[in-house]
Design a protein around this ligand. Structure first.
Ligand SMILES: *Cc1c(COP(=O)(O)O)cnc(C)c1O
Length: 226
């Protein structure tokens, strides 16, 4: 199927629910993104800063760009002028830098806290106790140019759906808990970013609001030699 047909099939599946589709275009050429754009899609995700900036410069400016991959502090400045949502905030040091660059650009940058839900050492993210310390800290509360809009997690790569379900359930439950404790009066705190090509149906069933789909839309990716 074409990129446009894939997107329309997924949107049909999502139906009128509260779930937004992020087309993850990492490693894919701008032509593929334009194909999705011409089919009416505006929300794209990338995981590498340099690739994201190059694509941003070449593509129409009404695209909403999300950074879904790990972000190094020294690269925040490149995306601060235009990024719509950073999914991968995992330290105080990083969000302080995002705040600083947002201020320079006279913006408020929306962010998600990345939580470690997978049973794998390789995944980035805070554990739940760290996230709570982070939210309680004076250093965080002083920041005026960032806004936390929810949480993000990447489930373990497994063919055991029970395990995936439990990880999504855990993330959604944690979201509910910190919403009650820290964001009760904040309608912007509403996003649960979970679900990729292999597990997005489970993620939606467990309360995802942002699914991040790459291969289902654009086809498989080749691993880049580095
Ligand atoms: C690559 C990536 C995705 C999309 O993966 P697919 O399995 O191709 O859908 C989603 N989230 C993150 C964080 C990614 O790095």
């Amino acid at each position: 199927m074409s990129i446009a047909a894939n997107i329309s099939a997924i949107k049909k599946e999502i139906g009128t629910s509260n779930v937004k589709l992020i087309a993850v275009s990492k490693t894919k050429p701008v032509e593929s993104i334009l194909e999705a754009y011409e089919a009416g899609h505006r929300l794209f995700g990338e995981n590498m800063v340099q690739e994201l900036v190059e694509k941003y410069e070449k593509l129409p400016k009404d695209i909403e760009w999300h950074l879904i991959g790990h972000l190094q502090t020294n690269k925040v400045k490149y995306i601060a002028p235009f990024i719509n949502l950073i999914h991968s905030v995992d330290s105080l040091k990083l969000i302080q830098e995002i705040n600083k660059q947002a201020l320079k650009n006279n913006r408020i940058i929306d962010c998600l806290l990345q939580l470690e839900i997978a049973d794998e050492e390789t995944k980035f993210g805070m554990d739940m106790a760290e996230a709570i310390d982070f939210l309680r800290s004076n250093e965080f509360q002083e920041l005026k140019n960032v806004r936390i809009c929810g949480v993000m997690g990447i489930a373990t790569l497994t063919d055991n759906p029970k395990m995936t379900e439990e990880e999504f359930y855990e993330l959604k439950t944690f979201f509910n808990g910190i919403k009650d404790t820290f964001f009760r009066k904040d309608p912007a705190f509403k996003e649960v970013s979970m679900g990729m090509s292999g597990d997005y149906k489970l993620a939606i069933a467990k309360g995802s609001t942002l699914i991040r789909l790459g291969s289902t839309i654009f086809g498989g990716r080749q691993l880049k030699a580095k």
